[in-house]
Design a protein around this ligand. Sequence first.
Ligand SMILES: C[S@@+](CC[C@H](N)C(=O)[O-])C[C@H]1O[C@@H](n2cnc3c(N)ncnc32)[C@H](O)[C@@H]1O
Length: 260
Amino acid sequence: MLEINKIYNMDCLVGMKSIPSESIDLIVTDPPYKLTSRGTSGNMGGAFWTGDLAKSGKVFESGSVDISDWIDECYRVLKNGTHIYIMTNDKNITSYLSEIDKSGFEFVKTLVWVKPNKICGRWYMTQKETIILARKGKQRPINNAGTSDVLFTPNFKKQKSNGKNLHDTEKPVELLQTFVENSSNEGETVLDPFMGIGSTAVACINTNRNYIGFELSEEYCKIAEKRISEATSNQIELPEIEHNVPQRQFDWLDELLEGE
Ligand SMILES: C[S@@+](CC[C@H](N)C(=O)[O-])C[C@H]1O[C@@H](n2cnc3c(N)ncnc32)[C@H](O)[C@@H]1O
């Protein structure tokens, strides 16, 4: 039996098998997925990934799991009347929606996270990430129906002293916190099978939810532990974010709205 409020340094495909059925109140996750070969994933920090593997369309950010490997377990562990949020990109969205449907989830909608930075691509520059929201079983409205499905959240990645990112695909705690607050209640338990450096766990601590998760990399687990202990002792100062209002970085949008 696994403990809550812990990130296990193990393969989630193994770890999730030990979670009892219908015991989880919400899943928020940012899985490794296939990248596009010319910088259109929105996740490569502006770099083009042009290697042979990328051209084959079989490159994953890390690990090499496909959604079909883990989505059925997500369905099993969630209670009836709960939500799952899955971050994805244009390359994977069709297969993700198909697998989500096959596993029994009801697709609710996609949300868009608009990022301040743009990434070059062959067609349009990428400035967004897509989040799939689906539900298991009976309808469950979100807690704040006034939340827009377009979320403007700054994207500051934590860095090491050498200037490199602690994790290249770290997601903002503020963004994850919106999902946690809208689709669970205090004291409930949130699962993230792909914890990275623990952003979902920090979002849960900040909002008085329990968390459980898995992460393959020992280094990421250690960073997550440090962030968790800082969040637990309230050392992390979170900026106040109004999710329906464009942030200062989106000056072009401010100007557009003023011109109307
Ligand atoms: C996109 S990242 C998640 C980043 C996270 N949202 C954050 O803000 O730190 C996906 C993570 O899944 C981990 N991973 C890949 N395959 C895994 C597996 N089978 N079990 C557990 N973790 C895995 C990778 O090491 C990577 O850190």
